[in-house]
Write a protein that binds this ligand. Structure first.
Ligand code: GTP
Length: 554
């Protein structure tokens, strides 16, 4: 990569005219202060872009990248492709300046794709230009040429003179590298005409300085003299050290070619003074030409001195290159580290967000878990309650007949008491006892006795009203709860029941067993216990009176 190329690329890539302005530290601080304020998204986007550009200018690449990335996202959210493209361009430029050309090219392509669909032709052109220059930096001249041509055409279509000039300058570099000095001449000439037309004096001076060398080398001495001298005058005015020293060396070459070694020597001494300690490449070039000049002249002592100087400068430049390379690697390492730190911070932030989300979920989960648990607990409670109820029920029922037992009667009595009170109806209690049951057991056996008990309980059940309840009170004794029965109805009701239960003998395996039963019945007037006691009294009265009858309690 020759010095001309480096100068041109550096100009194109870092040109404030092409890229966002590199501002002073004070402006960066002002932008940062503004960013701390309560700004809306639009303002924030502009400020981020500005801070990113300023940070890039100051070499704070990590900051510039962070800002560019945030701006890319924000621009997408706000639906601003122009600003998104601009932010991508900024990101690509930072990557290119960090030497990450492949990544930079990808990012510039992305910017170009977005900007191509907008009215931001300048932005589109800058993206094309950036792709071209990045290719040039990667020494891919042919690839670069295509995009530079495209940038140039776009600049012509939309009257973007600055962009067009930059494109032509870079195309000249491509031509110089691919086809040689001569091929670049027409392009430099075109660039010069354009810069003159734009009255852009620094650009005119720069192009003249660049044009000087190929004109000398291609032997176009008159044109070279005109270009070199005009360039030198302009540069003396504008004061670019590197270019002034460079033009001095080219002027010396011109004078040598013109057979004027003394003038050449004067230009070279001047160039050495300008470049000494500041622009070693130009200083070395100057000494190299001096060596040739002194050797030609036969002044071997000065030639040797010039040669030694060239050698020393080469050595120091190599050392400087090595130092720079190691500093670059160190800076790269530092940058990677700080970027990694930023990434880690970002990961931390994301992790914190995930943790918060998880906590929310956990809270939610705990809440919903509690609800689910409550449901489960409720369900279990229901099951247990059902089982308990079933257990209670089982405990409240007689296993042989399936009738409620005494325990069942207590529950039933409570329910019936409150219902009766609420509805205000009268009720009665009947106590029925199978007559002479013991002899059945004794004669046919306990199992047949059980069968009889079962059949009688069924008959009782089947012959009471729907809202009556039959309870196995114990042994062969049954209690019947009879709601909605007036005192006058008791005898009749109990008699019908007795008749229904005992009308037919009970059919068993052991044969037909005739059954008799005695019933005592009492109106519930003073609670169930009292009624039960009175009904029981009536029952025993019936037993005493000869059995197989109904006795109504007093
Ligand atoms: N098979 C069977 N017998 C039972 C059951 N519970 C009680 N017994 C019997 O029922 C009989 C009751 O006899 P008692 O109290 O003398 O009464 P009874 O023979 O009917 O005489 P009265 O009531 O005075 O007419 C007893 O022999 C008990 O063993 C039972 O669940 N199954």
């Amino acid at each position: 990569m020759g010095p001309v190329f480096v100068i041109a690329v550096a100009f194109v890539l870092f040109s404030p005219a092409l890229y966002a302005d590199s501002g002073p530290l004070i402006e960066l601080e002002a932008v940062e202060a503004e960013l701390m304020q309560d700004v809306d998204d639009e303002q924030r986007l502009s400020l981020l872009l500005r801070r990113g550009q300023l940070a890039r200018g100051l070499g704070r690449y990590a900051q510039a990248k962070v800002d560019a990335r945030e701006a890319i996202e924000l621009a997408e959210t706000l639906g601003s492709p122009e600003k998104r493209g601009r932010a991508l361009h900024l990101l690509g430029t930072v990557k290119a300046e960090q030497g990450r050309l492949a990544e930079a090219i990808d990012t510039f392509f992305e910017a170009r794709e977005i900007l191509a669909d907008t009215d931001d032709h300048a932005g589109h052109g800058r993206a094309l230009m950036a792709i071209g220059v990045a290719y040039l930096m990667a020494e891919e001249y042919r690839g670069g040429r295509d995009y530079l041509e495209e940038a140039r055409a776009l600049a012509e279509t939309h009257g973007l003179d600055g962009l067009k000039l930059a494109a032509i300058n870079n195309l000249a570099i491509v031509a110089q590298n691919l086809e040689g000095m001569e091929a670049s001449l027409s392009l430099y000439q075109e660039a010069l005409d354009l810069a003159r037309a734009q009255d852009n004096q620094p650009e005119v001076a720069r192009v003249l300085a660049l044009l000087c060398q190929p004109l000398v080398e291609t032997g176009q001495l008159d044109d070279a003299e005109a270009a070199c001298l005009e360039g030198k005058d302009l540069l003396d005015e504008l004061g670019s050290l590197r270019l002034r020293a460079g033009v001095g060396v080219n002027l010396a070459r011109l004078r040598l070619a013109q057979g004027e070694p003394d003038q050449a020597e004067a230009h070279l001494r001047e160039a050495v003074d300008l470049a000494e300690g500041k622009v070693p490449t130009v200083e070395r070039d100057a000494h190299r030409v001096l060596y040739e000049l002194y050797e030609e002249r036969g002044d071997y002592r000065l030639a040797l001195e010039a040669y030694q100087r060239v050698h020393a400068l080469n050595e120091s430049m190599l050392a400087e290159d090595r130092r720079r390379e190691s500093a670059r690697l160190e800076a790269q390492y530092e940058l990677d580290r700080s970027e990694r730190e930023i990434e880690l911070l970002e990961l931390d932030r994301q992790l914190a967000a995930v943790r918060m989300q998880r906590q929310r979920w956990m809270l939610w989960g705990t809440g919903s878990g509690l609800i689910i648990l409550s449901f489960v607990a409720f369900f279990i409670w229901r099951v247990y309650r059902a089982r308990a109820q079933r257990g209670e029920e089982l405990a409240a029922r007689d296993p042989l007949t399936g009738l409620l037992n005494r325990r069942g009667f207590t529950i039933l009595a409570d329910l019936e008491a409150s219902r009766g009170q609420r509805e205000g109806y009268t009720k009665a209690i009947a106590m029925a006892d199978i007559d002479h049951f013991k002899p059945i057991n004794d004669q046919y056996g306990h199992a047949i006795g059980d069968t009889v008990l079962k059949v009688i309980s069924d008959r009782l059940q089947n012959n009471v009203r729907g809202f009556d309840s039959v309870i196995r009170w114990g042994g062969e004794e049954f209690l019947i709860m009879l709601p909605r029965v007036a005192e006058a109805e008791c005898f009749e009701l109990a008699s019908r029941l007795l008749e229904a239960v005992t009308r037919d003998p009970v059919e068993t395996e052991a044969g037909s067993i005739p059954i008799q039963m005695t019933i005592g019945i009492a109106q519930v007037t003073d609670g169930f216990d009292d009624a039960v006691a009175r009904a029981d009294e009536a029952l025993y009265e019936g037993k005493r009176a000869g059995r197989n009858r109904v006795i109504v309690a007093d």
